[in-house]
Design a protein. Structure first.
Length: 108
């Protein structure tokens, strides 16, 4: 379960970075060269999703919970936005959903 969770967090970071860099280019007048590492990051993201042994729908569902947590941590530490009690509550609920789905892998 720890290995799967860590892999999900790395996958989420790859996705967020792959989407954040074009956002910097478009919204903050960044260099178009940001699209090169963005494309690489999104390629890594897709490859990382293939490393899970479960059916793709279960992987995507479980990954969604980790993505929510990772996106909120990005919001806090990269964007510098203070998280609310609603943010933290949503992150906990999403994380519990991910753990329940992963715990059931191989039992369905």
């Amino acid at each position: 379960m720890i290995k799967t969770t860590l892999l999900f967090f790395i996958t989420a970071l790859a996705e967020i970075i792959g989407c954040f860099l074009p956002w910097l280019w478009l919204k903050r007048a960044g260099s178009p060269w940001l699209l090169v590492p963005a494309a690489l990051s999104l390629t890594i993201f897709v490859w990382l999703l293939t490393l899970h042994p479960a059916a793709s729908g279960r992987v995507y569902a479980a990954y969604g919970g980790v993505y929510v947590i990772t996106a909120l941590l990005w919001l806090r530490f990269v964007d510098g936005v203070k998280l609310s009690v609603y943010d933290w509550s949503g992150a906990i609920i999403a994380g519990c959903g991910m753990l329940i789905i992963v715990a059931g892998w191989g039992k369905a």
